[in-house]
Design a protein around this ligand. Sequence first.
Ligand code: ADP
Ligand code: MG
Length: 258
Amino acid sequence: MSGVDLPVGSNGEAGLDGDNVARLVAATKTFGEGDAAVTALNNATIGFRRRQFTAVMGPSGSGKSTLMYCQSGLDRLTSGHAYIGDVDVSTLNDQQLSVLRRSKLGFIFQSFHLVPALSARENITLPVDLNPDAEVDEDFLAELAGVLGIENRLQNLPSQLSGGQRQRVAVARAMIPRPDVIFADEPTGALDSKTSGELLAYLRQAVDDLGQTIVMVTHDAVAASHCDRVVYVQDGHLVDEAMNPTVDDVLDKIRELS
Ligand code: ADP
Ligand code: MG
């Protein structure tokens, strides 16, 4: 891997718990020091299973983004462990972390972060193009573009695409390296309900038809109702979880927590 080897297997059983593709163990993250210290994540332990679509919910400031950032190696824990497969992210240096992110993880953010000067196709293949050891799987790209309905827009610049098409490009970009897990932080946060519904349907399809694993931070009960599992975070702790949540289940729980 570009001369950078990940210590695969070095944490064996501790990291791989059943079929979890990502796992936090006794994860604590503190920002700042002394009186100004904020514990955003407080001794949290949680696993995310393969081929599952999980929503992470909780009040604003409860630690959802911190959980996602530390789980995915975008930020480092103060103590505890974050595993991707059986690799302990906490043990990786910055170079190894970037290899891990590029080869095993996909990200979808609220603003989608497309590169304006690159075509839709170039934006989608960017993570693969940046990886000297990977090649674009043209058949998979065609399949993704077809599933997402952007097969005729691949040569267009982001400025020539609708908001909905831009988000589909971002979904395809997250999926093209066939990541072990996709992390999405409030991906529907800036979208109207129709576009939001479309994005959720694409993510659902990615899980059901392509076996993708997705962890999505959201404050939207409708978004959570598209998921297989919802976990609730409060004060940096995991306080509850449920399978196959309905909108009403989620709204009730949110009311209880706030
Ligand atoms: P959520 O995504 O649930 O809204 P966050 O994970 O962003 O919550 O934040 C959890 C807590 O950590 C909040 O109190 C927030 O102010 C604090 N926090 C997050 N990032 C930083 C940072 N870089 N520096 C200082 N405090 C932070
Ligand atoms: Mg957040």
